[in-house]
Structure formats: structure tokens, C-alpha cells
Design a protein around this ligand. Structure first.
Ligand code: AMP
Ligand code: ZN
Length: 472
């Protein structure tokens, strides 16, 4: 699998540090409002990435943080007259609801910043000890950017201006240099009761240190993939690198940096501050479905800007209806198989296998969703033609459904129901269970092979053995 690494500005072959296991970190939402669909473009791209990695055979450990303390959440809680945690709880809940509606797979961990302040303090102490950070008069702590030689490499910035000690303006007198950023903010009245004790007095963490602390805690000092939108590259991710590598001395903090382009409206980034945004519930309220929004969000390559329009949502509805109709037709043809053993034909017909190959090649090449979707629609055209000609057997149709299911493991819009084992397969499964109680392993293996020939894999679990359709 190839992915584009923002750090090198190149397509690179992907290989995780640990064989078969990918560790990835995703900058999550600031929970002060409902996320808009521009935010969900980022979470969607990350969902496609994790699904693709899983299909490629990797185990994935994804961490997505929740920023539940910063200027915006504190201001929101004050204005609403409730505690910070009550205020953010509402938006955390709605965020998870939205993820479900968009069929975005849950990450393995969702750490909230307020639960990791001690870890942040430890990191800041390390940075001070290493000379990378300093205290200011007002009890804040700043990162001394000029001490980190690689600063600006991710964003490809020319740092010569900053390194030459730009004149510090009057209102930023606490900083030694204008590029320095806050790791810890000394308490001020606007913070109210949102405050933690620290070796530097009372205050609260800066935004950037949150992600360094939570990623290192869950994924280690060096991990595989870090994602976000392009607006995260600078300063947020640049600062994460400076903090993490500065504190641990471990390089690289992250091996592959991946960033998605903007969701735009009339050429302008969709954002809360510009007011040109829609939340998912806005769109559901207009009668659109989660999967239609999902489809639009993956219709452009993740690194390209994606222009949001209602006509794109309408077009998504038409495309999905075509997919549904195709699936229904296949199910009808597959259902004609005698005894329902249509899965006996494991290998899909050539035209379907080649479209699956194209689909997989496109997704394996830096998640090229437009090409992958083109392969899906060519599969539909080929399949409809073959069914019109009557040249698709029940077994073939079952196998093409399997192809669709494989594509949908990444796309998540078709939801082809899993095949249900027929009576013959279930009888064999029972016979296998009996053979195993009498420790007749040879018989158990023979039955397993017979099931495999019928298109079923046996999975042994705590609550007995189950049949899963074999992947072609
Ligand atoms: P925020 O809550 O602003 O920190 O944003 C959360 C995530 O959404 C970050 O990864 C941002 O890069 C991403 N994001 C925000 N606006 C857009 C947009 N219009 N298009 C794509 N991604 C966005
Ligand atoms: Zn972050």
C-alpha cells in the first residue's frame, strides 16, 4: 500500500513499525459545538484509511482525542452558565451519534484532554529540563522554538526570520520570541474554575501539548500514522513534533503524516467562524441520509478540495440507488441456487474479479476513491449486462455479492448482508463439533476442509464455532 507522506511530500510504501500492527493518531474534535461536515470530511478520510488498512490485513490501533478544554470550550461553558464537563458532555455525545450515522468505525481509544493533564505536566517538565521550554512571569510556560532544529520541516517553512529572534512585540512580552507557543497557560480570570495545579502555579494546558501527551500515552514515543486536515499541519502538528521529539529524544515521533484537503463552499473552507457550515443534523433535517453524506465525502480524492453542494447529495442518492438495485438483482439471482448453496462458486466471474482488482489497486494507491468508485460502477454495468444476457448463474451472483461485500468493507455504503449458511453447512458444523468432543481431530479437519470448499470458514470462539463466508 502506498500513501502520501506530508513530511516527505512523496508517495511512500507503507510499512508499520511492528509487523502486522498499525498505530495511528487522529486529531479529534473540539467539543464546544456540533461538528460540521467539513470536520467530518477529515474523520471520513481517516475511516477509509483504517478500513483499507484492515482489509490489507493489519490490526489497527487508532486513537482519536477529544479536546474538551481550550479557549472555545471554556468560553462556551461560561456563556451557557454550566460546568465545563457538563458543557462538553453534550457535544461528545452528539459527536458519537454522528459517527454512527455516517457509519464511521469507532477508534480503539477516545482520550479526553482533561483526563491527561498529569501526563502533560510531565512532558512540560521534561521540555523545561532539556532547555526547550521556559516559564514566563505570568506563570505560563512557552516552547522555545529556536532550540528545535527541525522546526518547520513538516510545513516546509522558512524559519530564518524566526530564528533570527524576531522583535518581540509589546503585547507578547512574556515570550522570548514571537514564534514561541504556550505549553501551559497561567490562570486568568476568564478561565474561572477551569484550573489545575502545576509546578508553575495554577493554570491549564495549551492545545498542542494535549495531542503529544495522549498520543505518546496510547501509542508510544514513535508510531506509524498521524492524520488531520491540512489546517493542522501548521502550527499544530509542527508543534506536536517539537514537543514530542524534544521531550523524548525519540525520532521520528511519527513516520507518516497524512492530511486531507478542505471541504469548501463556493471556493472557501467550510468553517464555524465563517458561518458557511452545515452540521450533519442540518442535512438529516433536510431529508438526506447519513450514507448519502458519507458518499459525497468520499467522492473526491482525500487530498483534493471537495466542493460541497446539494446537487452532489442528490447525485449521491441516485448512485446509491443504482448500487442498491444491483445488489437486489444479484440477491434474486443468487437466491435461485438449489439448497441455497450458491456460495459453492467461490471464484467470481472474470469480469467481477478484474473490477475488484482495479478497486483494490486504486484504494492501495493512496486511497484513490474516485477510481475505486469508478470500478464499482463498472462492476454494475458489466454485471447488469451479464444478467440481461442470462449468463450469470446463481453461484456467480453469490460470488459477485461477495465482491461487493469486499468493496464495501472499505466504502461502508452498501451494507450487503452477510451470507447465511444453509442447512447442509450447519449440519457439517455440528458434525465437526461432535468430532471435536471425541477428540477426532482428523475428522474435524476433514469437515473444516469440506466447509471451505462450500465457501465457509470456521471460526472457533468462546460461544462455540461459527461460519463466516470465505473471502475470495
Ligand atoms: P477542529 O475542531 O477545528 O479542530 O477541526 C477538527 C478536524 O476537522 C481537524 O482535523 C481539521 O483539520 C478538520 N477540518 C476542519 N474544517 C475542515 C474543512 N472545511 N474541510 C476538511 N477538514 C476540516
Ligand atoms: Zn491534535
Amino acid at each position: 500500500m502506498k500513501i502520501y507522506n506530508t513530511y516527505s511530500r512523496r508517495l511512500e510504501d507503507f510499512a508499520p513499525r511492528e509487523d502486522g500492527h498499525v498505530r495511528m493518531y487522529t486529531c479529534g474534535p473540539t467539543v464546544y459545538n456540533y461538528a460540521h461536515i467539513g470536520n467530518f470530511r477529515a474523520y471520513m478520510f481517516e475511516d477509509l484509511l483504517r478500513r483499507q488498512l484492515k482489509v490489507a490485513g493489519y490490526r489497527v490501533t487508532q486513537v482519536m482525542n477529544l479536546t474538551d478544554v481550550d479557549d472555545k470550550t471554556i468560553r462556551g461553558a461560561r456563556e451557557a452558565g454550566v460546568s465545563l464537563s457538563d458543557f462538553t458532555a453534550t457535544y461528545k455525545r452528539s459527536f458519537f451519534e454522528d459517527l454512527r450515522v455516517l457509519n464511521i468505525e469507532p477508534a480503539e481509544h477516545y482520550p479526553a484532554a482533561t483526563d491527561y493533564v498529569p501526563e502533560m505536566i510531565v512532558l512540560i517538565e521534561k521540555l523545561i529540563a532539556a532547555g526547550h521550554a521556559y516559564r514566563s512571569e505570568d506563570g505560563s510556560v512557552y516552547y522555545r522554538v529556536k532550540t528545535f532544529g527541525d522546526y518547520g520541516r513538516l510545513a516546509h517553512l522558512d524559519m530564518s526570520g524566526l530564528k533570527a529572534e524576531a522583535r518581540v512585540s509589546q503585547d507578547e512580552y512574556e515570550k522570548e520570541s514571537i514564534g514561541d507557543f504556550a505549553l501551559w497557560k497561567g490562570w486568568d480570570a476568564a478561565d474561572g474554575d477551569v484550573v489545575w495545579d502545576s509546578p508553575w502555579g495554577r493554570g491549564r494546558p495549551g492545545w498542542h501539548i494535549e495531542c503529544s501527551a495522549m498520543s505518546i500515552k496510547h501509542l508510544g514515543e514513535s508510531f506509524d500514522i498521524h492524520t488531520g486536515g491540512v489546517d493542522n499541519i501548521f502550527p499544530h502538528h509542527e508543534n506536536e513534533i517539537a514537543q514530542s521529539e524534544g521531550a523524548t529524544g525519540c525520532k521520528p515521533f511519527v513516520r507518516y503524516w497524512m492530511h486531507c484537503g478542505y471541504l469548501v463552499v463556493d471556493g472557501t473552507k467550510m468553517s464555524k467562524s465563517l458561518g458557511n457550515f452545515y452540521t450533519l443534523r442540518d442535512l438529516l433535517g433536510r431529508g438526506y441520509a447519513g450514507r448519502e453524506v458519507r458518499y459525497v465525502l468520499m467522492s473526491a480524492h482525500y487530498r483534493q478540495a471537495l466542493n460541497f453542494t446539494f446537487s452532489a447529495l442528490d447525485a449521491a442518492r441516485v448512485s446509491l440507488a443504482r448500487l442498491d438495485e444491483f445488489r437486489g438483482r444479484l440477491e434474486e439471482v443468487a437466491g435461485k441456487a438449489k439448497g441455497g448453496s450458491g456460495l459453492a462458486a467461490l471464484a467470481p466471474p472474470g469480469w467481477a474479479a478484474s473490477r475488484l482488482g482495479e478497486f483494490q489497486a486504486a484504494m492501495g494507491e493512496d486511497l484513490n476513491t474516485p477510481e475505486a468508485l469508478a470500478a464499482v460502477f463498472e462492476l454494475i454495468t458489466d454485471g447488469n449486462r451479464a444478467m440481461n444476457q442470462g449468463s450469470v448463474s446463481a453461484g456467480d451472483a453469490a460470488a459477485v455479492l461477495g465482491v461487493l461485500r469486499e468493496m464495501d468493507a472499505v466504502l461502508g455504503v452498501v451494507a450487503v448482508p452477510e451470507a447465511v449458511p444453509d442447512a447442509a453447512a450447519l449440519e457439517l458444523l455440528e458434525a465437526r463439533a461432535k468430532a471435536r468432543t471425541t477428540r477426532n481431530w482428523a475428522e474435524s479437519d476433514r469437515i473444516r476442509d469440506a466447509l471451505a470448499a462450500m465457501g465457509w470458514d470456521v471460526r472457533d470462539g468462546a460461544d462455540g464455532a461459527k461460519l463466516k463466508p470465505r473471502r475470495a
